[in-house]
Design a binder for this molecule. Structure first.
Ligand SMILES: [Zn+2]
Length: 80
C-alpha cells in the first residue's frame, strides 16, 4: 500500500453507492459484486458503508459512537 498516485477504485464509488441503495440492474449488481470480490479496499469500504447505513436506520434512537465517526473520516479523507 504505497505510492498510490491515482485512486485505483475511481469508478467503485459510482458502483457502490447505487449498490448499497439496491439501485442497480442485475448486470450492474454483478459487476459491483465482482469488483468487491477482487478489491479488498472496496470490500472493506462496502462493509463499513453497509454497517453505517444499518446504523443510520437505528440512529433515530442512538447517537453515533465516536469510533464510528473516526472510522468514517478515515475512510473519507483518502478519496478526496
Ligand atoms: Zn475497488
Amino acid at each position: 500500500m504505497s505510492g498510490f498516485a491515482i485512486d485505483p477504485c475511481d469508478q467503485c464509488e459510482e458502483l457502490l453507492q447505487p449498490f448499497l441503495d439496491r439501485d442497480l440492474s442485475e448486470e450492474e449488481r454483478m459487476v459491483a459484486e465482482n469488483h468487491l470480490t477482487g478489491c479488498e479496499y472496496c470490500r472493506k469500504r462496502y462493509r463499513f458503508e453497509e454497517q453505517l447505513r444499518r446504523f443510520v436506520r437505528q440512529a433515530v434512537v442512538e447517537p453515533m459512537p465516536p469510533e464510528l465517526k473516526t472510522k468514517l473520516s478515515e475512510l473519507r479523507t483518502p478519496l478526496i
